[in-house]
Ligand binder design. Structure first.
Ligand code: 4HQ
Length: 228
């Protein structure tokens, strides 16, 4: 799976996306993440990429030309136009159902806005979908883009060692994950539940399902209403 990220801050992606599971998936060529610097496509002699908003108001707006030309540099030789996602607080909030849907794509272009956002005509011309990572305002779209890349990449075949690595995780099955324990057996006077040391796999699985339901009811009862 290929991610092309249109951003003013490509170094952020180089720093974060080379680590851990995502970094190893890139080394194994299972996923490809390209951070394209929008500023490289500015035709302004000072490489400007933003300007004052028509109609006045505070802040700056990202101008359309550099973004459009950066986009063209990706798609000009492609047989099919990949889905373009603009990370924005106006988008539908990302959830695991959308993550699963996006993990089926072969190629995504992620547009990261900054300042007051991008000129509306760019959204009209190239954006297929706006996605938010939550109802709060961030500085730019880079962190939301990394959240999307991380969550989607985990579901790409062979990125994780096995499907079991995510099938019991919170939200994958509409529930919160059961409690996890590892060594030592006792810590601060608190012991590991004996069922987990019984070696009885059927009973362990049953206990884990009970725990998932119990903590979902306690912490996120709203999730239970959404279950099919
Ligand atoms: C222009 N810029 C404004 C701030 N921003 C967000 O608050 C955001 N993006 O995705 N989920 C969010 N929440 C990113 C885009």
């Amino acid at each position: 799976m290929r991610f092309d990220v249109l951003t003013l801050f490509p170094d952020i992606f180089h720093a974060v996306m080379k680590e851990s599971i995502i970094g190893r998936a890139q080394e194994k060529n299972i996923i490809e993440i390209n951070a394209i610097n929008i500023r490289d496509f500015s035709k302004d002699k000072h490489k400007k990429v933003d300007d004052y908003p028509y109609g006045g108001g505070g802040g700056m707006v990202m101008t359309p030309q550099p973004i459009y030309d950066a986009y063209l540099s990706i798609v000009k030789d492609l047989p099919h136009k990949p889905k373009v996602i603009y990370l924005s607080p106006q988008g539908k909030v990302l959830n695991q159902k959308k993550v699963v849907e996006l993990s089926k794509e072969k190629h995504l272009i992620l547009l990261c806005g900054h300042y007051e956002g991008v000129d509306e005509r760019i959204i009209e011309e190239i954006v297929d979908e706006e996605i938010s990572i939550g109802d709060y305002v961030l500085t730019g779209g880079e962190i939301p883009a990394m959240v999307l890349i991380d969550s989607v990449s985990r579901l790409v075949p062979d990125v994780l060692p096995s499907e079991d690595a995510y099938k019991n995780e919170s939200h994958y099955n509409g529930l919160l994950e059961y409690p996890q324990y590892t060594r030592p057996y006792e810590f601060m006077g608190r012991k590991v539940p004996d069922i987990l040391l019984s070696g009885h796999h059927a009973k362990i699985e049953e206990w884990r399902k009970e725990q998932s339901l119990k903590r979902t009811l306690e912490k996120r009862p709203d999730l239970l209403k959404k279950r099919d």
